[in-house]
Design a protein around this ligand. Structure first.
Ligand code: F6P
Length: 324
């Protein structure tokens, strides 16, 4: 293999730049050319390529976002789109691809590999931490730290006004951010997509906490929580049933996807980038590189896409005990 392409795709996450840097520099280290592909698969279809050397990734290890930009390409889901992409790669002499993204991006890579036998390697980049085959996805640790920092600030004002806050965090299908940041920030209750806590239990818990002498509370809600209510509906519900509560809502939104990556994410990105490139050079394809038991390990892309990440029940219990 003489030339490797790298792209970022899907929702961005802190650490993607550190991973691009790692891929580019590992290529240079092994005397392999590296091509940056802009805007994910869309840029592959449009031939939006740029040669990258070790100096083109200076000073990005600490930067959020992705210098290669990201996109969710509808065209790549079509046979014609993928054909154009393949021809562009062939014309540019690219012989293998590193895809930094989530399961949607990996699905694209897998289909492309099946159709053209093109070597692909995935690096898990999403703040949601919902990819099978890695204990941590790139950006998850940073997002947790961002959320905890913000909830600490919300707590200050909640205490001053004796208020209850519903804080919505990201996680359309996964509650990892909510559960871990909730425990880290000392939330009263945590609502996640994987478990139905039930509205009754929420009210019970809020009642208990008032009776036990707490004057303010934080409830962390994943955007895809199983109760199926938005934070605004939850506010209305609690105000109707417990008028003694003064309730406010805070939706953290996309701030969770930005910011300088934590040291953990930078190190992880560097390790995964090295492994991705070196695995390609060893002739491997159709894998995702991830972190398992603190070691970098390969998981077949198909498993990474189809496998489910479980919520740790122990964390649910810890959260329960902590709200006593
Ligand atoms: O990055 C994953 C994620 O944060 C989900 O939790 C969220 O639902 C989604 O991205 C929103 O992404 P976008 O606004 O880019 O569609």
């Amino acid at each position: 293999i003489k030339k490797i392409g790298v792209l970022t795709s899907g929702g961005d996450s802190p650490g993607m730049n550190a991973a691009i840097r790692s891929v580019v520099r590992t290529c240079a280290y092994h005397n392999v050319e590296c091509i940056g592909i802009y805007r994910g698969y869309q840029g592959m279809i449009e031939g939006d390529f740029k040669e990258m050397g070790p100096r083109s990734v200076n000073n990005i290890v600490n930067k959020g976002g992705t210098i290669l930009k990201s996109a969710r390409s509808k065209e790549f889901m079509t046979v014609e789109g993928r054909k154009k992409a393949y021809e562009n790669l062939k014309n540019a002499g690219v012989e293998a691809l590193v895809v930094i993204g989530g399961d949607g991006s990996f699905t694209g890579a897998e289909v492309f590999n099946k159709e053209y036998g093109f070597p692909v390697m995935g690096i898990p980049g999403t703040i949601d931490n919902d990819i099978f085959g890695t204990s941590h996805t790139l950006g998850y640790d940073t997002a947790l730290n961002t959320v905890v920092e913000v909830i600490d600030k919300i707590r200050d004002t909640a205490i001053s006004h004796n208020r209850l806050f519903f804080v919505e965090v990201m996680g359309r299908d996964a509650g990892h951010i909510a559960l871990n940041s909730g425990i880290g920030a000392g939330a009263e209750e945590i609502l996640i997509p994987e478990e139905d806590l039930g509205l009754d239990r929420l009210l019970e818990s809020l009642k208990r906490s008032k009776e036990s002498g707490k004057s303010s509370s934080i409830v962390v809600v994943a955007e895809g929580d199983k109760i199926g209510k938005t934070v605004f509906e939850l506010k209305d519900y609690v105000e109707e049933n417990m008028p003694e509560y003064d309730v406010r809502v805070s939706v953290l939104g996309h701030m969770q996807r930005g910011g300088s990556p934590s040291c953990f994410d930078r190190v992880l990105a560097s390790r995964l980038g090295v492994k991705a490139v070196e695995s390609i050079l060893e002739g491997k394809s159709n894998f995702m590189v991830g972190l398992l038991n603190d070691k970098v390990a390969l998981t077949p892309l198909e498993q990474a896409i189809k496998g489910h990440t479980e919520i740790d029940k122990e964390l649910l219990r810890v959260s329960d005990i902590m709200s006593t």
